[in-house]
Design a protein around this ligand. Structure first.
Ligand code: SF4
Length: 341
């Protein structure tokens, strides 16, 4: 069996264990008594099955600013960004990857974790909104929420059924499988795309096949699958963004490799690089236990890669476009405004 088939089989198996259709429930990881807890400076919510995370779009030290999801959310919710920086984050207790830099304990990426618990979507929404009309971001994270696209659709339906309009739904995807097409109907996908307070982000696990393989432990050939999945998600017409990590253990030709990565993004859409944010990899408590010489080196190399990324972006795009809010960058392939203003 090749690794693509094996990865998909793993994804199917995980999905079957964390999703209960008849109850509209998914399995969440507990944040209590994990090493991740040490890194969480914000309150834990939902009895330990959720957390508050500050997604700050403001300037930070050595790295590029990250407007996601705060800027799109604030536009969609028509409020000041500072009101929605503190997102409610839920972590699905399943992932079909094991990236070495993952800030989640590997135990929490398994449905078999003894502390993982099934939650009905209606209970999650009632508990998190609690009749408040304050705007907030609900981040469906993981793990890999792409395993259970029903989570997105159920959440949106529940918000609609309860007439809740102060919540922006944000979902991550590790770009390994397109289960939206497989498990949702065209109508359901369209309802997600039409929902006015929804955005998603696909995370590229490396900028070329070498860094992808280094970051995930998978064969290099799987690197290209991420672009295929991203292209599928983009075709659904919803507001989608990207993240990319720049960690690699091969230090040569990084400028050229970054340029080729941007070429590949532009093969999907000319403006896609302006909707992709490089993610800084930092040591967290769970990752400290996984560090070795190559990974220490990779953390250093990412800053060099970021410089090349910035140079290449300036070379390829006019400054007025670069300086636009990320959600106002239009996908050229959609032929009409895909921004959120
Ligand atoms: S895909 Fe995301 S959740 Fe899964 S191991 Fe990688 S970083 Fe962690």
């Amino acid at each position: 069996m090749n690794q693509i088939t094996s990865l998909t089989n793993t994804a199917e198996s995980l999905r079957n264990r964390i999703l209960k259709h008849n109850q509209r429930s998914i399995r969440l990881a507990s944040l209590l008594n994990t090493s991740q807890t040490t890194d969480i400076g914000r309150p834990i919510i939902l009895d330990g099955y959720g957390r508050i995370h500050c997604f700050s779009e403001l300037e930070k030290g050595d790295w590029i600013t990250d407007p996601l999801p705060t800027i799109p959310a604030s536009k969609r919710l028509k409020c000041n960004p500072e009101l929605v920086r503190n997102a409610r984050v839920l972590q699905l207790s399943a992932c079909n990857l094991r990236c070495w830099y993952c800030f989640v304990d590997y135990d929490s990426l398994s449905p078999d974790s003894p502390s993982a618990k099934d939650y009905q979507i209606s209970d999650i929404i009632s508990s998190l909104t609690n009749n408040s009309t304050d705007p907030f971001v609900l981040d469906l994270s993981g793990g890999n929420p792409g395993l259970v696209p029903e989570w997105v659709w159920w959440t949106i339906k529940e918000l609609q059924d309860q007439d809740i309009e102060n919540v922006y739904v944000w979902v991550d995807d590790n770009l390994t499988v397109n289960f939206y097409s497989k498990y949702l109907s065209q109508n359901q996908i369209r309802e997600i795309a039409d929902y006015p307070r929804f955005g998603s982000v696909g995370c590229f696990k490396g900028f070329d096949d070498l860094s992808f393989s280094f970051n995930t432990g998978l064969v290099r050939e799987l690197f290209n699958e991420q672009f295929a999945v991203f292209k599928d998600l983009l075709s659904f017409g919803w507001d989608i963004y990207g993240y990319v990590t720049f960690t690699t253990d091969i230090q040569s030709n990084i400028r050229r490799r970054i340029a080729l990565f941007i070429d590949k993004l532009q093969d999907i859409d000319e403006n896609l690089p302006l909707r992709v944010i490089p993610l800084e990899i930092k040591p967290y408590t769970p990752t400290r236990m996984r560090m070795n010489y190559s990974r220490e080196l990779a953390i250093k190399v990412q800053y060099e890669a970021l410089n090349y990324w910035n140079e290449e972006i300036i070379k390829r795009f006019p400054s007025d476009l670069i300086n636009q809010p990320i959600c106002d960058i239009t996908y050229m392939s959609r032929g009409k405004s895909s921004g959120c203003s």
